[in-house]
Ligand binder design. Structure first.
Ligand SMILES: Nc1ncnc2c1ncn2[C@@H]1O[C@H](COP(=O)(O)OP(=O)(O)O)[C@@H](O)[C@H]1O
Ligand SMILES: [Mg+2]
Length: 365
């Protein structure tokens, strides 16, 4: 059992507020991921939960007990860092049991805890090896094992995969997902700047930006129903396209005339007062489809493909629309390099067309 509650938590270094208005309820068994651009305060927030950083304002509690002034060792929390310094002269078993020996636990207790952790982490065959005879991913698992043996209520991870190469990152990410499954009652908070890690691991994602929380939700909620342009563009790769326009028709289906030629229909409902409202329409690259020969309502714009990138299972098409700062990207299934320099009409299902006014989704006002 470990429910974590952050209430109006803030952090200031001198005059500079790096975090404010952080309100968050984390339930036992959740794997919460903090994601956001570099410098947005992810590590700071995690370190405040760990007790390594003082909380400047607000309250943090575990299972209803205020933690603001409780020292790190008494919070029932284990933190796994990016760099996993193992003792090089100790075997895996010795590394994993070190903290328990310091705590003067009995040999039987130590063996039981280490064997259990090794099983969860699939380290049993390596218990008698030295760290130098392990791969990077195995060493990272030993580092996690050192936390597991202490049986903490809460695990905190700060970008644990960022030192690993690409293939190992994927493998270790899957291992962390399995680790979570093996310990359904433990609460985990995981920091990353990698949105794929966030999407694949999280039960809920907290997107941090500009010193506050931009949105909290399950990975698919954030993908399908982003509340603002920041979240819309942060989750998903390539990013959601945003194109300027103005509402011309209201009702259950909203029509938008694009500033630079074209028209979109969105299933986001609007009312008469919204007529003329300047908006950005948002469409994900994977939601744009070829619309040649379809009804005009389904085509959003027609343009020349500037560049194609054939990735194998999909081809990315890049359009430069006059007067628009960013390129528009479409992701079409299959291998389509022949579309370079061709003129293509693109449309989207109105249910997949987002509308934002002043950066906020019109779904959520
Ligand atoms: N000890 C400190 N003194 C002053 N500013 C700090 C200190 N530690 C972190 N910061 C600032 O707080 C902000 C958040 O940092 P951090 O939590 O490390 O970001 P993230 O982990 O999201 O990359 C950054 O702008 C950083 O410069
Ligand atoms: Mg950090």
């Amino acid at each position: 059992m470990a429910d974590l509650v952050l209430k109006d938590v803030e952090k200031a270094y001198g005059e500079v507020k790096v975090l404010k208005d952080i309100n968050l309820d984390i339930k036992t068994g959740e794997l919460i991921v903090f994601v956001g651009p570099s410098g947005c305060g992810k590590s700071t927030l995690l370190r405040m939960i760990a007790g390594l950083e003082k909380i400047s304002g607000g309250e943090f509690s575990i299972d209803g007990v205020r933690m603001n002034d409780v020292p790190p060792a008494q919070r029932g929390i284990a933190m796994v860092f990016q760099s996993y310094a193992l003792y090089p002269h100790m075997t895996v078993r010795e590394n994993m049991s070190f903290a328990l020996r310091i705590a003067k636990k009995s040999q039987a207790e130590i063996d039981k805890a280490v064997d259990k952790a090794a099983k969860i982490l699939q380290l049993t065959p390596y218990l008698d090896r030295l760290p130098k005879a392990l791969s990077g991913g195995q060493r990272q698992r030993v580092a996690i094992g050192r936390s597991i043996v202490r049986d903490p209520k809460v695990y905190l991870f700060d970008e644990p995969l960022s030192n690993l190469d690409a293939a190992l990152r994927v493998a270790t990410r899957i291992e962390i997902a399995q680790l979570k499954e093996a310990m359904p009652q433990s609460t985990m908070v995981y920091v990353t700047h990698d949105q794929v890690e966030a999407m694949t691991l999280a039960s809920r994602i907290v997107v941090l930006a500009g010193g506050g929380i931009a949105q909290v939700g399950s990975p698919l909620e954030l993908y399908e129903r982003p509340q603002n342009e920041f979240v819309a563009q942060f989750i998903g790769s390539p990013s959601m396209n945003l194109m300027a326009g103005e509402i011309t028709g209201t009702g259950a289906k909203t029509t938008v005339r694009l500033a630079n030629g074209g028209m979109a229909v969105s299933a986001v409902p609007t009312n008469a007062a919204d007529k003329g409202l300047p908006v950005n329409i948002g469409v994900r690259p994977e939601d744009l489809v070829e619309a040649a020969g379809k009804s005009p309502a389904e085509a959003i714009f027609t343009g020349e493909v500037e560049i194609t990138e054939a990735l194998g299972e999909v081809t990315l098409l890049y359009f430069r629309r006059q007067g628009e700062a960013a390129q528009v990207v479409a992701k079409l299934p299959g291998i389509r390099p022949e579309l370079r320099r061709r003129t293509v009409s693109l449309g989207a299902d109105p249910k997949k067309v987002h509308l934002f006014a002043n950066g906020t989704s019109l779904l959520y006002r």
